[in-house]
Design a protein around this ligand. Structure first.
Ligand code: NAD
Length: 359
């Protein structure tokens, strides 16, 4: 059987690591038909939109996509293509395993945490009003009318919506994931003491959902305490479920626990579609240098193989990556003792080494 998969190479280091990933996925013996669709800044210049309909249509047709990172202009310019894709396809669940592989340079042993991040709501929804705009003015006026609070006139405003619907489905996803993957505990992370009506609602819903899963332990943590706990005693945690923004931040913290962003894969899952991508961004300073670590996207490819029920291929590819990490020879600069280590492997060299292990 041949799988039709949408491949979005991305920009920055994206195309290099996407190519390396395609090569190792093909070396597993599974057959793919890649529907290559570009998106991002260059596409915006050529086609007038950073995420043209053809990309979304391709994913709707193929149901599964894998992508390299895409740069988002800071402060102004077009909105994140990555966020837009998740919202357009309602890929509400972002699953980011933080698994420590022996040999990776990290301060911790045996990390095995899975982050389940809500992907469509919260401050990340991108509902914003620029300073001085009609929208910002209207909201400032309304807030003043409805409460005794005054927002300064020269404020920009970002809205933080968190719904019962969105919280229920992401917490359920986390519990279902825990059940299916023999996990013991789900921790809901929030700041409900301060944001009583958004994070408070998330926590209230999480507590209700937990009652339907008596076989899985449930607890909650306030986000700031959670960050400290993850640094001090990560071994206490199993599956974390978080609203969008905390999930984004804690994902990078989780990547730090296992040896860096070059090792942190992810999947964005909805009812109909799944899109696999690393936690990391486009690392523009390394663009075209054949230097970036392709393992995070490769491990996202392993997640894709598991999603396709190609378990044997997934195990073999993950095993080959794990062996490479353990040997420490054919790994990129970020996994060497010093970033300027002359023995650092190239992006394509990592793919070559994995392919020879698979063969
Ligand atoms: P980043 O993740 O791109 O890079 C931060 C640093 O981490 C890099 O400078 C590099 O030192 C290291 N790093 C990241 N990936 C690496 C890899 N594969 N191999 C080796 N080292 C790696 O974060 P950033 O610099 O904050 O963001 C750059 C751009 O990426 C921004 O435009 C941002 O919006 C975008 N971004 C995209 C996605 C996505 O496509 N899903 C995710 C995060 C950030």
């Amino acid at each position: 059987m041949t799988y039709n998969i949408t491949l979005i190479p991305g920009d920055g280091v994206g195309p290099e690591i996407a190519e390396a990933t395609v090569r190792v996925l093909e070396a597993t013996g599974v057959s793919f038909n890649w529907d290559v669709q570009n998106a991002g800044g260059e596409v915006y210049e050529k086609e007038g939109h950073p995420l043209p309909d053809r990309v979304v249509e391709s994913i709707k047709k193929n149901k599964i996509a894998i992508k390299g990172p895409i740069t988002t202009p800071v402060g102004s310019g077009f909105r994140s293509v990555n966020v837009l894709l998740r919202q357009t396809l309602d890929l509400y669940s972002c699953v980011r395993p933080c698994k420590g592989y022996p040999g990776a340079r990290t301060r911790y042993d045996d990390i095995d945490i899975v982050i389940v991040r809500e992907n469509t709501e919260d401050l990340y929804a991108g509902i914003e009003y620029e300073k001085g705009s009609e929208g910002a003015g209207a909201i400032i006026e309304l807030v003043e009318k409805l409460s005794d609070r005054k927002i300064r006139d020269d404020s920009g405003i970002s809205i933080k919506p968190i719904s019962v619907f969105g919280s229920d489905r992401i917490v359920r996803y986390a519990f279902d994931y825990a059940r299916q993957n023999n996990r013991k505990k789900v921790t809901a992370v929030h700041k409900a003491n301060i944001m009583k009506f958004s994070d408070g609602l998330f926590l209230e819903v999480a507590r209700e959902v937990a009652k339907d899963y008596p076989d899985i332990e449930f607890e909650d943590r306030i986000i700031d305490n959670m960050c400290m706990q993850l640094v001090q005693k990560p071994e206490l945690y199993d599956v974390l479920v978080l609203p969008n923004l905390y999930g984004d931040v804690v994902s990078d913290l989780g990547a730090g626990l296992i040896g860096g962003l070059g090792l942190a894969p992810g999947a964005n899952i909805g009812e109909g579609y799944a899109l696999f991508e690393a936690t990391h961004g486009s690392a523009p300073k390394y663009k075209g240098m054949n230097k970036a670590n392709p393992m995070a996207v490769m491990l996202s490819g392993v997640m894709m193989l598991r999603h396709l029920k190609e378990t044997d291929a997934a195990d073999r590819l993950e095993g080959a990556i794990a062996e490479l990490i353990k040997e420490g020879k054919h790994v990129t600069y970020d996994m060497k003792p010093a970033p300027d280590d002359p023995t650092a492997e190239t992006t394509s060299g990592v793919a070559d080494a994995i392919i020879s292990k698979l063969n």
